[in-house]
Design a protein around this ligand. Structure first.
Ligand SMILES: Nc1nc2c(ncn2[C@@H]2O[C@H](COP(=O)(O)OP(=O)(O)OP(=O)(O)O)[C@@H](O)[C@H]2O)c(=O)[nH]1
Length: 260
């Protein structure tokens, strides 16, 4: 609006200056110089405005590009961090699974020899009192032969459940071998352990597994050994094994302790 007003005024002045009618007028030269000076100023102003507009446009485009680049980088970093989180969780899961697999028996999920070995080692180092009981299922081969290996596995799992439920929380039951379990009874002497194991044996004898139309139950023999301070734990296990052998020889379905 203002520009068109200026344009009209300038056109008017230009027409007046061009008209021969005003030649020789005392203001003619001064007005012409003023007119030219104004036109130059106006041209410069327009060029400045164009430069400024172009600059603002470029600055806006640069801002947009930077913003887009920033958002792209941010998205990429968020994606990377999600991948890294997932990867770390996976590694942690795998480590836990590996640790579980290296310290537990897959069938019964009981601690394995390695784990109970470590526990025994630390008890020996701490000079703690404990008794070990080695439990062995009687005539387990016959169960497998008669009913199949799967039924044998079910017997092992069912006995494990009773053992795990019956022990005190600071005791430990490990799967020592095929049909052998090692019980670690902490702060317990041979005679207390014998009472505990006899009670356990009764419970184990009550476990019934159904296979087709038959009910299967088993008896368990056990050998107990009280740890002697200064002995390595392997010696205590050996003595429990010896007592177990004697329980088997004596007719099975019983528990015997090592001699004090
Ligand atoms: N089902 C099953 N059987 C197993 C597993 N580990 C070992 N066994 C079996 O356990 C049986 C052990 O047999 P033996 O060592 O002869 O002992 P037993 O028949 O129990 O006889 P005694 O110990 O002398 O009373 C073998 O038949 C093994 O195959 C297992 O994980 N699952």
């Amino acid at each position: 609006m203002k520009d068109s007003h200026d344009d009209t005024l300038l056109a008017e002045v230009a027409a007046l200056l061009e008209s021969s009618e005003h030649d020789g007028h005392p203001l003619h030269d001064a007005l012409q110089r003023l007119y030219r000076h104004h036109c130059e100023q106006r041209g410069q102003m327009q060029r400045l405005i164009e430069i400024s507009d172009r600059y603002q446009l470029l600055a806006m485009e640069a801002r947009q590009v930077t913003q887009q680049r920033y958002e792209r980088t941010l998205r990429r970093q968020q994606k990377l961090s999600r991948i890294s989180d997932g990867y770390q969780a996976l590694i942690q899961e795998r480590n836990q699974a590996l640790h579980q697999a290296s310290t537990h028996d897959p069938l019964t999920e009981l601690p394995n020899r390695r784990l109970i070995g470590e526990r025994l080692e630390s008890l020996v180092e701490a000079r703690r009192r404990f008794t070990l009981a080695l439990l062995d299922i009687d005539h387990f081969k016959a169960i497998n032969d008669r009913h199949g290996h799967d039924v044998g596995d079910r017997v092992l799992v069912a006995l494990t459940q009773v053992l795990s439920e019956s022990l005190r929380e600071y005791d430990l039951c490990a799967r020592w071998g095929g049909e052998e379990f090692l019980l670690l009874l902490v702060d317990t002497d041979r005679s207390e352990a014998h009472t505990i194991v006899e009670r356990l044996r009764l419970r184990l004898a009550e476990v019934c597994i159904r296979s087709e139309d038959q009910t299967i139950s088993v008896t368990v023999s056990a050998g107990l050994s009280q740890h002697q301070p200064g002995d390595p734990h392997e010696v205590t296990v050996k003595r429990a094994d010896q007592a177990l052998l004697e329980a088997k020889r004596a007719g099975r379905d019983r528990s015997l302790t090592d001699t004090p």
